[in-house]
Ligand binder design. Structure first.
Ligand code: SF4
Ligand code: SF4
Ligand code: SF4
Ligand code: FES
Length: 759
């Protein structure tokens, strides 16, 4: 961590005090003095390649590069002299000596650092008369293109791919004026397709396959939203023109992920315009799903739900919610199930044991849950049962950056390969599926493990016990009793141990926090808790039943056995998730309603399909796996589909008009968030930070689970998505799917993929 000793030096005539070790370029930036730089990039190794940051230093024989010069006591630096100005102007002239000057057609025009500096230093002619070297543009992958003549050889791309991504897909070839950036395979990339190299390129040499030649930066509006794919919650800026998302990046490098985005966050947005999007309601008539008006479809749903309700009772109705819909929609769905329909049969595909974590931590939960920032600042991380490189790319980035920036240590216990293993100080590779036994062994010395595994675990444990302030991160396999054992072990480590459960999807955590669970109300209040039940019954205007409902899997079984007569699925694909193969498994249902963006395996079996808006087409909040809440906003118009929020609300009104249940009077997501803030424990968050695009931590939300709570076996499991898949959504991201890496999973036997993925 940085030395806190201070030094004082003179910068443009002013005394400046800064922590020892600070680069002059950074110290100047803090004073609001810009020193131009191309090759310097905060957090990456120093290169001193471009010479743009030259400054005058008293008593130094020649100009110095501010990006490598450390400020020391008594130093006198000038950044704005005639000599400095001339040197910078000359450097730009060199950089432009082979540049094609094609700004009018270059994607980077308008946001190019070289273009800005050329204007700044008034370079309107060149003394170079030699013919420029031409190289044709290269398509390295469907997502990454390289135009060598525009390249200023700053090596930011090479460094971010090597140091930041630990992929090492890029290098430099040839010498002098012939130098070019080269991909790892001849003329092609085999990599994680994260696009970090494109993002970090200060000029238009690396361009994006989804964005190139589409538009100009000033023609778009910019919408900050959380990514809609995995559970890590990266802040993303959508660049939108004519109601179409043309680009995703983290434009101002703010938020919990700074500059990081993985392939899904950067390129996985075109599902919104996929031609297979359902844009009109469908109702099954004579065995076939046929287009219907919104009025007819909604009337069909409410009339038939009322019928089932009247004939078989509320317990014959089930509701399956989503890992992708917003907190407000999950809250509304909970209210719809329990107060409008009167059933506790509500659940979702649980991809992490958030309830078990709360129970095991008890009152310590409030300050024992790790945020993404904690992963970066921690001294050591213990990672168990998850391939974070594939499944939780931001977590992997945070771990790698902690190791790179302040020598943090990584300890891994894993039953599957992961690229992150090569960063581990201690690695216990256990047999697949035995991570739970490994945890038991750590906690109690018991567990059926072979001698080699015990010895690897023993070395790991001995080293870990010397660490302090460890962050423990674990995947879906660590649930129920294994989770309790892990907390017990972690809590005995030195200092302040923090924990992070890794869910799969953008709002996996929010779905659990909002109580889309058969036995939990919002904020994890137990259904059996009469005071909590009374509180929500009063708030929602209807008596909530006291018996816990069916889990999602049990609902699918009950549909097969005929005990469940109506099933309402919102933004989920339980037929695929629970592997319901035989069509007659759902034959017992009298009504099957699905709200989704696409005709999934589940929607294809429905009686009524209601087209739903995507996360990028509605307002609301999402909670990432570490409990950080962010606002999402309607960045494009859904053009046909409606938000799940509106659909749930409308159905509640129609049902109440038919005499069933209480209507939901919350008219907007903002009103619902207000109610959540006032009533869901841990969600009383300051709104100003959220509105400004920041994240607020709701860590307190799960500290109220009774200590005796046991997560039922089999309800928590991961979809095991990888870098290029994202549940149903990933199947409709055509750009993502177009890469070679996406065509073959890392678990495939393809020697091509295997050779680079784990090397
Ligand atoms: S896309 Fe990512 S992994 Fe591929 S070369 Fe660029 S930085 Fe490296
Ligand atoms: S491609 Fe871009 S980032 Fe890479 S060396 Fe060239 S100018 Fe720098
Ligand atoms: S790490 Fe997850 S949240 Fe971040 S960009 Fe990738 S898929 Fe999106
Ligand atoms: S920024 Fe200092 S040499 Fe490039």
């Amino acid at each position: 961590m940085p030395d806190q000793k201070q030094v004082t030096f003179t910068l443009n005539g002013q005394k400046v005090t800064t922590p020892a070790g600070t680069l002059v370029l950074e110290a100047a930036k803090h004073q609001g003095i810009e020193v131009p730089s191309f090759c310097y990039y905060p957090g990456l190794s120093l290169q001193a390649a471009c010479r743009m940051c030259l400054v005058e230093v008293e008593k130094a024989p020649k100009l110095q590069t501010a990006c490598t010069l450390v400020a020391v006591d008594g130093m006198v630096v000038k950044t704005d002299t005639e000599q400095v100005h001339k040197a910078r102007k000359d450097m730009i002239e060199f950089l432009l000596s082979n540049h094609p000057l094609d700004c009018p057609v270059c994607d980077k025009g308008g946001e190019c650092e070289l273009q800005d500096m050329t204007f700044r230093y008034g370079l309107d002619h060149s003394r170079f008369t030699e013919e420029k070297l031409h190289y044709p543009e290269e398509k390295w992958s469907p997502l990454v293109f390289y135009d060598a003549p525009r390249c200023i050889l700053c090596f930011r791309c090479v460094r971010v791919c090597d140091e930041g991504m630990d992929v090492k897909a890029l290098g430099v070839g040839a010498r002098g004026v012939h130098s070019v950036i080269l991909p790892n395979e001849k003329g092609a990339l085999a990599c994680e397709e994260c696009g970090m190299c494109i993002d970090i390129c200060p000029v238009g040499a690396l361009t994006s396959g989804t964005y190139r030649y589409q538009t100009r930066p000033w023609e778009m509006k910019y919408e900050p939203v959380p990514c809609t794919h995995c559970s890590n919650g990266c802040k993303t800026t959508l660049s939108v023109r004519n109601n179409e998302i043309l680009r995703a990046n983290n434009r101002d490098h703010s938020g919990i992920n700074d500059e990081f985005l993985c392939a899904k966050g950067r390129f996985g947005f075109d599902f919104t315009h996929n031609p297979e999007r359902i844009r009109q309601p469908l109702v099954r008539r004579s065995g076939k799903l046929e287009p219907a008006s919104w009025e007819d479809a909604l009337e069909e749903v409410s009339r038939r739900l009322k019928q089932v309700h009247a004939t078989h009772g509320a317990a014959a109705i089930g509701v399956i919610g989503s890992n992708h819909t917003t907190n407000e929609e999950n809250y509304l769905l909970n209210r719809f199930a329990r107060a409008t329909l009167g059933t506790n049969n509500i659940d979702h595909h649980r991809t992490a044991d958030f309830t078990g974590l709360a129970a095991a931590l008890g009152p310590r939960a409030k300050d024992s849950l790790a945020t993404m920032a904690d992963v970066y600042t921690s001294n050591a991380t213990l990672l168990i049962a998850n391939d974070v490189t594939q499944q939780n790319p931001l977590v992997a980035w945070q771990i790698r950056t902690a190791i790179r920036h302040h020598n943090a240590r990584l300890y891994v216990i894993n039953g599957r390969h992961s690229k992150i293993h090569r960063k581990a100080s201690y690695l216990a590779e256990v047999a697949p599926g035995t991570e739970r036994q490994a945890v038991r062994w750590l906690a109690s010395g018991e567990g059926q493990l072979d001698e080699a595994t015990r010895s690897a675990l023993s070395a790991l444990k001995a080293a870990l016990e010397k660490e302090s302030d460890v962050v423990i991160i674990f995947g879906a396999d660590i649930n129920g009793p294994a989770l309790r054992e892990l907390i017990s072990f972690g809590s005995k480590l030195n200092g302040h141990t923090r924990f992070m459960a890794l869910g799969d999807y953008a709002n996996s955590r929010g779905a659990a926090d909002m109580g889309v669970l058969p036995d939990r109300l919002p904020g994890y209040a137990a259904i059996a808790d009469s005071a909590e039940r009374a509180r929500f019954s009063k708030l929602w205007g209807a008596e909530i039943p006291s018996t816990p409902g069916l889990t999602a899997r049990a609902m699918m079984d009950a549909a097969a056995s005929g005990k469940l007569k109506a099933l309402y699925v919102v933004g989920a694909n339980p037929v695929k998730t629970f592997d319901v193969k035989q069509p007659d498994r759902l034959a017992g249902l009298e009504l099957f309603v699905v709200q989704d963006m696409f005709l999934t395996e589940t929607a294809l079996r429905a009686d009524v399909v209601l087209p739903a808006a995507s996360t990028y087409e509605k307002d609301g909040t999402l909670t990432n796996t570490s409990g950080e809440v962010q606002m999402t906003r309607r960045s494009i118009d859904p053009q046909g589909p409606r938000s799940d929020f509106d659909l749930i609300r409308i159905l509640s009104h129609q049902l109440s008009m038919l005499g069933a249940g209480s209507p939901i009077r919350l008219r907007t997501p903002e009103a619902a968030f207000d109610e959540i803030r006032q009533n869901v424990r841990g969600y009383d968050l300051p709104v100003a930070g959220l509105l400004a695009g920041g994240a607020e931590t709701s860590a307190a939300s799960c500290q109220f689970v009774e200590p005796s709570y046991e997560t039922p076996a089999g309800v928590v499991f991961s979809s095991n998505d990888f870098l290029f898949s994202s549940g149903t959504l990933g199947r409709y991201c055509s750009k993502l799917k177009s890469t070679n890496e996406a065509k073959e999973t890392p678990w495939s036997s393809s020697p091509n993929i295997q050779s680079w993925w784990y090397r």
